[in-house]
Design a protein around this ligand. Structure first.
Ligand SMILES: Cc1cc2nc3c(=O)[nH]c(=O)nc-3n(C[C@H](O)[C@H](O)[C@H](O)COP(=O)(O)OP(=O)(O)OC[C@H]3O[C@@H](n4cnc5c(N)ncnc54)[C@H](O)[C@@H]3O)c2cc1C
Length: 399
């Protein structure tokens, strides 16, 4: 059987590592960038305990490698920028273990090393299509090092090529994108906080919110959000130090020591800040009429409020890799059946994760009341959903 994986970010690397170990399966992985190119190096990720559980279940060695480049995420605290604490949750109350705090570039480095030699880097895809000889199969053309190459008769094409997936656009059309009405910025700085910032925390001033945590080696990740009109770009005037200071400084009390350090850090580093708008796109795990599997951001774009993007890319890949490995070992080698099973396994779970992420965004929207909204997060109904999010990782609990 011939399998091609396009994109070795989070999901693609996990699939490449697992599938390239199956005897008799011909696996080709095509990655656009060079091995050490990490365009989003200026980002820290908090990866949910659900991904840790999923990766541990299928590949304990890989989980150890990621843990070695992370700090563990044990606690989630939400305060106002004046220091009043609204929510303080040890994750052990809602999860089977901690999450990870890691630099994006470190996660890629670990995963790409673990994926090994099955990956070809620096590949520019020049054509993707259905195979004329068998429309369930696909064909792909690419160039690498100035040499044109092509593979036909692909039994399973796996799209791990992220949010702007060329595979998904070409095979299944452009996904609908929905803007949420929230501007996000992110920044990675050396840790000069003197111990003020460590585990995962958020600070509200009205509906403007800062988020921060420490990642190895010796850095602090800071992200901020504030509401914008859903269909508008982020105004340049909102990105200035003066506007950012006003957005996060409490009106009627001095900022806490943590908030003061964060506000100063954000204002002093505007030139290195990356900006985006919060959005989601529709869910799709497989193509309607040919053997193409979408994983991670290629399958679903969700709002980042619960830190589930890379988390779900890992959960998707762990589940898909485990299922394919099992069916392959059982001699069941029809990719159509694998795709139907993966979709059945993941679809309802992912709808829940997307809807819950959107629900948890309530406090970031225009006019939101963060005190009331965060109080709700202390209630049993919200924490029951957190338990489902962090514990119910799918197929793996049955293994
Ligand atoms: C600012 C920011 C903060 C985030 N914070 C968090 C967080 O705290 N927690 C969390 O869980 N998630 C977070 N996310 C989301 C998370 O990073 C993504 O959801 C995750 O990386 C998706 O993994 P993936 O494997 O689907 O795709 P990616 O990791 O994006 O990988 C896609 C890969 O495909 C390659 N590629 C793309 N096009 C092609 C092509 N045509 N040919 C070949 N290769 C191609 C790319 O080079 C890349 O290597 C954050 C995202 C952003 C932008």
């Amino acid at each position: 059987m011939r399998v091609v994986i396009v994109g070795t970010g989070v999901a693609g690397c996990v699939m490449a590592r697992r599938l390239s170990r199956l005897d008799g399966l011909e696996v080709t992985c095509l990655e656009r960038v060079s091995r050490d190119d990490h365009p989003d190096a200026g980002t820290g990720l908090n990866v949910g305990p659900n991904a840790v559980k999923a990766v541990k279940a299928i590949d304990p060695e890989l989980a150890e490698l990621i843990t070695g480049s992370s700090y563990l995420w044990h606690n989630w605290r939400i305060s106002l920028t004046d220091g009043s604490v609204l929510f303080d949750l040890p994750l052990v109350k809602v999860a089977d273990g901690p999450g990870w705090r890691i630099r994006w570039s470190e996660l890629y480095r670990v995963l790409r090393e673990a994926a090994g030699d099955s990956v070809s880097y620096g590949c520019e895809i020049t054509g993707i299509g259905r195979d004329p000889a068998d429309p369930r199969k696909t064909t792909i053309a690419w160039s690498a090092g100035g040499k044109a190459q092509r593979l036909d008769g692909i039994d399973l094409l796996i799209a791990g090529d992220g949010r702007y997936s060329a595979v998904r656009r070409t095979i299944s059309g452009e996904p609908d994108v929905r803007q949420t009405g929230v501007a996000i910025f992110r920044l990675l700085v050396p840790d000069t906080s003197g111990g003020l910032i460590d585990d995962y925390e958020q600070w509200f001033n009205g509906s403007s919110r800062l988020l921060s945590f420490r990642v190895p080696p010796g850095h602090i990740y800071v992200a901020g959000t504030f509401p914008i009109a859903p269909d508008e770009q982020i105004a340049e005037s909102a990105k200035t130090p003066e506007a950012l200071r006003a957005a996060y400084t409490p009106r009627n009390a001095p900022p806490s020591d943590q908030a003061r350090w964060l506000i100063d850090t954000v204002c002093n580093n505007v030139a290195d800040t990356h900006w985006a708008r919060m959005q989601e796109h529709e869910l799709l795990y497989r193509a309607a009429d040919c053997n193409v599997l979408y994983l991670g951001d290629a399958a679903h774009g969700m709002v980042p409020t619960l830190g589930q993007g890379a988390t779900q890319a890992l959960e998707d890949a762990a589940n898909a890799a485990a299922l394919i490995t099992q069916r392959y070992a059982d001699g069941k080698r029809d990719a159509v059946d694998w795709l139907a099973e993966i979709e059945a396994l993941r679809q309802a779970r992912m709808r829940f994760v997307m809807e819950f992420s959107l629900e948890a965004t309530d406090t970031l929207l225009e006019g939101a009341d963060p005190v009331e909204g965060t109080r709700h997060k202390n209630e049993a109904s919200f924490q029951a959903k957190l338990k489902a999010l962090y514990r119910d990782v799918g197929l793996l609990r049955d293994q």
